[in-house]
Design a binder for this molecule. Structure first.
Ligand SMILES: Cc1ncc(COP(=O)(O)O)c(C=O)c1O
Length: 408
């Protein structure tokens, strides 16, 4: 028996981890610059996480969605402290995909409209509907086609097809959407907005872009869903990515970081959305509002607060980007560095694109786990927020050496 093939590094069997380091069966250590699948933001075996898991498992794991628990109360209280006051209804779930699905169901139920506006290049999850909306599902003929979907161009300002001077203020890339929104006949349920798109190689929207989209959907009476499975809970150097845009969403979707490696996700919305969904949406899942998930979320947020990890993500992110830019000007083997907080994309120069997989393997052999995405020739880094500057320096040293030897 084997697992369904998911990755190219099947020769490595990982056994345990501590902090930002994981070890394999042969005793080799690796610096985890990816936080697993961008989830383990507190690193591995954080004592507070181990403690809450152990205690909660022996106290109460699951009660079913009909009951509340002290853990859910405590987690709600924590969440209340970090989200805007208008967001006051939370559903705890397990994965980002199902949280995205629920957010869409809420928007459709509440508005009575079908259409979902989503960015080209985005990834919204592995469940059927979320995948159909995603770039990754675009050419999968076996997926149900989403009739009422409006794709808008990703904000790829570097290659602006309209040749707009940067920074752009008018966003002609949204002209079609603007016309559609003003056509009077168009109705939409929501826009799914990722405050930094991870899938197309880390695309950070320009200033004002998110606010502009929010205005457009407001004109439509549609909802603004901040899809923050990747960007939420500190990753971008703010608690939530929408804070960079100076806006407040109607629905906020969280995953990954909220469980710091355990499967915890959440959909957080307004009382108004809840009321408008009354008698129109019934949502019940086995693992909805589990005390175990809530206890984990509460501790993750507490640790992020106490260890000031949001600030740390912002500071270390800036440091890493600056050091990478120095490398870029020195070696000419990097075409662009993009990032927000500890969510960073390093795009290889054209001459090196064919060597991307080899560079990624060499980094791994040298003890560094990074994510190379061949379709965008981009290394994506999502280190745990607890990573140390000297660990980043070790990576930078190895990366420079490998890039240097590949360009010789
Ligand atoms: C932006 C975004 N949305 C949704 C998902 C799906 O989350 P999950 O894999 O937890 O279902 C992901 C996963 O990578 C993601 O990056």
């Amino acid at each position: 028996m084997q697992t369904w093939r998911t990755n190219p590094f099947e020769d490595i069997v990982l056994t345990h981890g501590e902090g930002c380091v994981v070890w394999d069966k042969k005793g080799r250590s690796y610096l985890d610059l990816l936080s697993g699948c961008w989830c383990s933001v507190l690193g591995h075996s954080h004592p507070r996480l181990l403690d809450v898991v152990g205690k909660q498992v022996s106290k109460l794991i699951h009660v079913g969605p009909a009951f509340r628990s002290e853990e859910v109360e405590a987690a709600l209280h924590k969440i209340e402290g970090i989200v805007p006051p208008s967001l006051e209804r939370t559903v705890f779930l397990n994965t980002g995909s199902e949280a995205v699905e629920l957010a869409i169901k809420m928007a459709r139920a509440a508005t009575g409209a079908d259409a979902i506006i989503a960015s080209e290049g985005g990834y919204y999850g592995a469940t059927t509907y979320a995948l159909s909306l995603s770039e990754a599902g675009r050419n999968s003929s076996w997926l149900p086609s989403v009739e009422s979907m409006v794709r808008i161009p990703a904000p790829l300002c570097r290659n602006c097809p309209h040749n707009m001077p940067q920074p752009c203020k008018e966003f002609p890339c949204l002209n079609e959407l603007r016309d559609l929104c003003r056509s009077k006949t168009f109705k939409a349920a929501a826009i799914l907005y990722e405050p930094a798109l991870a899938y197309p190689g880390i695309i950070v929207p320009p200033e004002g872009y998110g606010a502009h989209l929010k205005e457009l959907v407001q004109e439509l009476d549609a909802f603004f869903i901040a899809e923050e499975v990747t960007t939420g809970v500190g990753r971008t150097g703010r608690w939530f990515g929408f804070e960079h845009d100076g806006i407040v969403p109607d629905i906020l979707v969280l995953g990954k970081a909220l469980g710091a490696g355990l499967p915890v996700a959440a959909v957080i919305t307004t009382q108004d959305v809840e009321e408008r969904c009354r008698n129109r949406l019934i949502h019940v899942q086995s693992h909805q509002n589990d005390p175990f998930s809530a206890a984990v979320a509460e501790v993750v947020i507490s640790v992020i607060e106490e260890e000031e990890l949001v600030h740390r993500a912002a500071t270390l992110g800036k440091y890493l980007v600056n050091r990478l830019r120095e490398l870029q000007s020195k070696l000419h083997s990097i075409s662009e560095i993009r990032g927000r907080g500890l969510m960073i994309g390093i795009e290889l120069a054209r001459e090196l694109v064919s060597k991307g997989p080899e560079i990624s393997r060499r980094l791994l052999d040298a003890g560094f786990i990074t994510g190379y995405q061949a379709r965008n020739a981009t290394f994506r880094l999502f280190p745990p927020y607890v990573i140390e500057r000297k660990q980043l320096d070790e990576f930078l040293g190895a990366f420079e050496e490998i890039l240097h030897s590949e360009t010789r």
